[in-house]
Design a protein around this ligand. Structure first.
Ligand code: NAD
Ligand code: IPM
Ligand code: MN
Length: 365
């Protein structure tokens, strides 16, 4: 029987709540697919600051290094917002993990499933136009990591700066990831930039064009970030793969998540060149709803499915989870944020959605 080890980092806010449901689904996968998914939980984020004194304790990092994959929840929250930037959970834990494992390729798939258009806030004809977008986001460079960063000066003359910086090599490898993905999809890459203003975007465009020559079967076009966010509302079906830098991909992926109905539906995979991956919902710790048992666990569960597909080569199990999720949504077992306000009283809880997904999974042939 195949065996895999997974470092489970639930984190803060809704992280532990939705991770509980992902674990239920992985338990079900073990039974149904005759695999062993050994999971070890490690502290991370604000919880780790409170219990261990730092956001990414060395035992957590070591556990991640020894695992076949990392299943990540979410981190951060108001309690830790006033810490210096470099100690905050977001930078000290999440950005450090991304950088440590060189997880440059972040895949965020957003889809409006046929029959589930009513979940989308988009107008019906737009929601029904066949929306299936993959955001390919560069995750370890750009303005998030560029040096120098800092604050200088005094009084009203004090200023702050970040550096947006991309090398050809960094752009090339994420562009290749986008073209490879497009070949397996509808054969179109839309590269998102701000080449009318930013020098980094000019280089981004140049390299995207260069890479496209190796993929004659894939169409490439370019769009400015401001227009892109507008076009996602107007005509999302025009997009197949959206190739984005770190910051633009962050923004575009939240919009794509909401286009499908909720931040709580969008999973993600962050991979390095060796194929090692960290899997996490695109959304955050949602402090506004944490502790109430109402968070949508689907993004976490679909992130676990991406892990099975990419890190464990268990495509059948991943397909089965995705099918069970769609069946759950079709059955109307929905957390509150997916319902119109006058129907919220009929909402399912986080654990009811997890239970239904397990039920649907086990009921499959
Ligand atoms: P957020 O994604 O946590 O929440 C934005 C909105 O989406 C909120 O209204 C929230 O309730 C809703 N939402 C998110 N996930 C949901 C789910 N599963 N089910 C139902 N609704 C959901 O973004 P924010 O409020 O800007 O950030 C909160 C904290 O999370 C911050 O500290 C931020 O830095 C952090 N954050 C962490 C990650 C991560 O760990 N990967 C990602 C994004 C934000
Ligand atoms: C995401 C998050 C992170 C990001 C934050 C928490 C650092 O918003 O994964 O989208 O900006 O990358
Ligand atoms: Mn984000």
């Amino acid at each position: 029987m195949s065996q895999y080890s997974i470092a489970v980092l639930a984190g803060d806010g809704i992280g532990p709540e939705v991770m509980r449901e992902a674990n239920k689904v992985l338990d079900a996968v073990e039974k149904k697919f005759n695999v062993t998914l050994n999971r070890t939980a490690y502290p991370v984020g604000g919880y780790a600051i409170d219990t261990e004194g730092e956001a990414l304790p060395s035992k957590t990092l070591l556990g991640c290094e020894q695992a076949d994959a990392i299943l990540f929840g979410s981190i951060g929250g108001p309690k830790w917002d006033t810490l210096p930037l470099e100690q905050r959970p977001e930078r000290a834990a999440l950005l450090t993990l991304r950088s440590h494992f060189d997880l440059f390729s972040n895949l965020r798939p957003a889809r409006i499933y046929p029959g589930l258009e009513s979940l989308s806030p988009l107008r019906e004809d737009i929601a029904k136009s066949g929306v299936d977008v993959l955001v390919v986001r560069e995750l370890t460079s750009g303005i998030y990591f560029g040096q120098p960063k800092g604050r200088e000066g005094e009084g009203e003359e004090e200023f702050a700066y970040d550096t947006m910086r991309y090398s050809k090599r960094e752009i090339r490898r994420i562009a290749i990831a986008a073209f490879e993905a497009a070949q397996k999809r509808r054969g179109k890459v839309t590269s998102v930039d701000k080449a009318n203003v930013l020098v980094t975007s000019r280089l981004w465009r140049e390299i995207a064009e260069e890479v496209s020559k190796d993929y004659p079967d894939v169409e490439l076009d370019h769009i400015y970030i401001d227009n892109a966010t507008m076009q996602i509302m107007k005509n999302p079906a025009q997009f197949d793969v959206m190739l984005c830098s770190n910051l633009f991909g962050d923004i575009v992926s939240d919009e794509c998540a909401m286009m499908t109905g909720s931040m709580g539906l969008l999973p993600s995979a962050s991979m390095n060149e060796e194929g090692f991956g960290l899997y996490e919902p695109a959304g955050g710790s949602a402090p506004d709803i944490a502790g109430q048992g109402i968070a949508n666990p689907i993004a976490q569960i679909l992130s676990a499915a991406m892990m099975l597909r990419f890190s464990m080569n268990l495509g059948d199990a991943a397909d089965a989870i995705e099918k069970a999720v769609v069946a759950t949504l079709e059955a109307g077992v929905l957390t509150g944020e997916l319902l119109p306000s006058d129907k919220r009283s009929q909402a399912a809880s986080t654990s009811q959605v997890g239970d239904e997904i397990v039920k649907q999974l086990m009921a499959q042939e």
